[in-house]
Ligand binder design. Sequence first.
Ligand SMILES: [Zn+2]
Ligand SMILES: [Zn+2]
Length: 303
Amino acid sequence: MKIVFLGTSGSTPTKQRNLPSVALEYNGEILLFDCGEGTQRQVMQNSLNISKINKIFISHMHGDHVIGVAGLIRTFALNNREKPLYIFVPEGEEKKINALLTFDKIKFDYPIIVKEAKTGVIDKNKDYIIKAFRLKHSVPTCGFIFKELNRLRFYKNKCMSYGIKGTMFAELKEKGFININKNIKNKNKGKRINLKDVTYEVKGKMIVYATDTRPFINTVTAAKNADLLIHESTYANDNENLAKERMHSTALEAALIAKKANCKKLALLHISSRYHSIDTMKKEAKKIFKNTIIPNDGDILEI
Ligand SMILES: [Zn+2]
Ligand SMILES: [Zn+2]
């Protein structure tokens, strides 16, 4: 799966960084985590197909995370979109998102379905589940967990040696076993092969998105063994007190969360516009959690 950091600034944009948004491209669809102002252009500039956006997960109703929705839904309407768009918002925040959706009197020919992100599973299909959890910020805020489901893979050589081919794979998956044809010229003829004899499980990947927030125990629990934690890092240590006061995190605090949760990788975003260089922030985080990155807008991660 591909993760594109569309916007990595916090609160206000800079020349280099747009407001928060992360795109996750998976199996032909795009899931958008937050949608700051200007996100639709960031999508285009990063060669993502805007019409593939099916679901938007809004962490909280601060303008820097949500205002881009108004422009995006308008573009969809003008592009004659027909398929539904799902927008997930923290519990109790439906009214606020509706104000953005109805702001423009443009005619929508596609359904926009707003869902409240209560704690727990908020979305699932055959490939993944998405869970929401509470963060600690100045307004109701959700973190999101994207969990790819574990998949079964066939041992190619084993299958070949049993003479399993073509439609037999589907039958085996469906029934959990298959009887090798008695007439086949193979030492395994007439043998019953169980699914578990010829498959192995590939663990699904897990990505956790946590912004805006103070460092919070919920994030440690949610991000346990995650392949990637995307965590806010508005400030460096020099503004530790401001981070507390404004309910944000420093790079070091985010790194501690990643360490406690035993994550494989940490990506920091929501970088305050006051920092022209991210070197200090990076150094402070890496001291605690080595595999930390601070992506620029447009950076891509393949997970
Ligand atoms: Zn913010
Ligand atoms: Zn905020």
